[in-house]
Design a protein around this ligand. Structure first.
Ligand code: NAP
Ligand code: FER
Length: 347
C-alpha cells in the first residue's frame, strides 16, 4: 500500500511556492497491534500551517523536510487492529497532507486538539469535524466564552469575518446579545457576513478602515477578536473603549513575514494599554480542551435550530493543496478551506 504525500522540500520564504513542496508516494508498512489505517477524505487547511513551515519551534513542533506537512484530516478507518476504532468508522486524525496514515491508539501526535476522535456521520456532514464542529469552531467558542468576558450590549469586532473562525465568533457574539461587526476582503463576503450570518456591520479591510469603524462602531469596540494583525489591528486599536479586551487569536497578514520597513509601534501599544486599561490576551485553542464538550453541545444545537450557519470551501485533489493554501493566505477561500483527497462516501 502507498500513501500519496505532499511533503515539504524547503522552508518557504515569504509566500510558499510550489517548488517548496513535492508530491510523492511512500510505502505504508503493516499494521501493528492497536494501530489503525486512516484514509483521508478531507484535509483541513489552516493558517497556522504557515508557521509550522518556518522550521522554527514555537508552541508546536515544526514541519520536517521530506515529511508530509502536519495537519488534521477527517478520514475513514480502512484497516484496524484496534477494538476502539473499527474498519469503516470515520475519525479525525492528525495525519498531515497525505492520503493514508497509520495511527496508534492512545499515542497523541500533534497538538492536544489533534487527538483521534470518532466522527458520527449521522450528526452532521463529516467535513464539519475539522470546521465548525472542530478546531476553528472550538477556537471561536473558547475565545468568546473563555477569554473575552463579552457582555450583552457590548460591541465585538472580528477580522477575517467570513472565515472559519471569524464567522463563528460573530454569530456566537450575537447569540450572547452583543453587537458583532467585522471586516472581510470582498463585497461578496461582506454581503454574506451581514446577510446570512446576521452581523450588525461588515466593511472591506482594503478600504478606509477608520471610516469603517466610525460608521459601524460609533460607540467604539469593547472586544477585538484579532485574526489578521497589521493595519486592521491598529485601526481597531484606535477604536477600543476603556476596559476593552483584545483577544489575540492570530495575525495572518504577517504569516509570510513582516512587511518591509514595518514601523515599530510598540510604544503606541503599551501607552494605549495603560491609558485605556485594556486587557490583551493570547488565545491557544489547545488550552481549552476543558470547554470542548460544551462547545460541541452548544454549537451542534445552534446549527440544528438554524441560529448558527457555516460555509465550506472544498478544493478537489491533494495535488491542489499548495495552490489552495496560497489562496488561504490571500483571501481566495470563502469559508472553511478543505481539500477533498478521496471521495466522501457519506455524500
Ligand atoms: P479563514 O479566516 O477561514 O481564512 C483566512 C482569511 O484571512 C482569508 O480568507 C482572508 O479573508 C483573511 N486574510 C488573509 N490575509 C489577509 C490580510 N493580509 N489582511 C486581512 N485579511 C487577510 O482562516 P481561519 O482558519 O478562520 O483562521 C483565522 C485566524 O485564526 C488565523 O489568524 C489563524 O491563525 C487563527 N487561529 C488561531 C487559533 C488559536 O488557537 N490561536 C486557532 C485557529 C485559528 P479576507 O478575504 O476577508 O481577507
Ligand atoms: C492557529 C491554529 C491553531 C493558530 C494557533 C493554533 C496562532 C493553536 C494551536 C494549539 O492550541 O496548539 O491558526 O494560530
Amino acid at each position: 500500500m502507498k500513501s500519496r504525500q505532499m511533503v515539504l522540500k524547503s522552508f518557504p520564504v515569504g509566500m510558499p511556492q510550489a517548488s517548496d513542496f513535492e508530491l510523492i508516494e511512500a510505502d505504508v508498512s503493516d499494521l501493528g497491534e492497536d494501530e489503525i489505517l486512516v484514509r483521508t477524505v478531507y484535509l483541513s487547511l489552516d493558517p497556522y500551517m504557515r508557521g509550522r513551515m518556518s522550521g522554527v519551534r514555537s508552541y508546536a513542533d515544526p514541519a520536517e523536510l521530506g515529511k508530509p506537512v502536519p495537519g488534521e484530516v477527517v478520514g475513514q478507518v480502512v484497516a484496524s487492529r484496534s477494538s476502539v476504532h473499527k474498519e469503516g468508522d470515520f475519525v479525525t486524525a492528525y495525519s498531515g497532507w497525505q492520503s493514508l496514515a497509520k495511527h496508534r491508539i492512545g499515542e497523541t501526535k500533534g497538538p492536544a486538539w489533534g487527538a483521534i476522535k470518532k466522527v458520527d456521520p449521522e450528526v452532521a456532514p463529516i467535513s464539519t469535524a475539522v470546521g465548525v464542529l472542530g478546531m476553528p469552531g472550538h477556537t471561536a467558542y473558547a475565545g468568546v466564552f473563555g477569554l473575552s468576558d463579552l457582555k450583552p450590549g457590548e460591541t465585538l469586532f472580528v477580522s477575517a469575518a467570513s472565515g472559519a473562525v471569524g464567522s463563528i465568533v460573530g454569530q456566537i457574539a450575537k447569540i450572547r446579545g452583543a453587537r458583532a461587526i467585522g471586516v472581510a476582503g470582498s463585497e461578496e463576503k461582506i454581503a454574506y457576513v451581514t446577510g446570512e450570518l446576521g452581523f450588525d456591520g461588515c466593511f472591506n479591510h482594503k478600504g478606509d478602515l477608520a471610516a469603517g469603524f466610525r460608521k459601524h462602531a460609533p460607540k467604539g469596540i469593547d472586544v477585538n477578536f484579532e485574526n489578521v494583525g497589521g493595519e486592521v489591528f491598529w485601526k481597531c486599536y484606535d477604536a477600543m473603549n476603556v476596559h476593552g479586551r483584545i483577544i489575540v487569536c492570530g495575525g495572518i497578514a504577517g504569516y509570510n513575514g513582516p512587511g518591509e520597513n514595518a514601523p515599530d509601534r510598540t510604544m503606541l501599544l503599551l501607552g494605549g494599554l495603560i491609558a485605556r486599561r485594556l486587557k490583551m490576551m493570547g488565545l491557544l485553542v489547545g488550552d481549552w480542551m476543558s470547554l470542548r464538550d460544551d462547545f460541541v453541545r452548544d454549537v451542534s444545537a445552534w446549527i440544528r435550530t438554524g441560529q448558527l450557519r457555516y460555509r465550506e470551501d472544498i478544493v478537489d485533489g491533494l495535488e491542489n493543496s499548495v495552490t489552495a493554501f496560497q489562496g488561504l493566505l490571500q483571501g481566495r477561500n470563502f469559508g472553511k478551506l478543505l481539500v477533498r483527497v478521496t471521495s466522501d462516501p457519506t455524500r
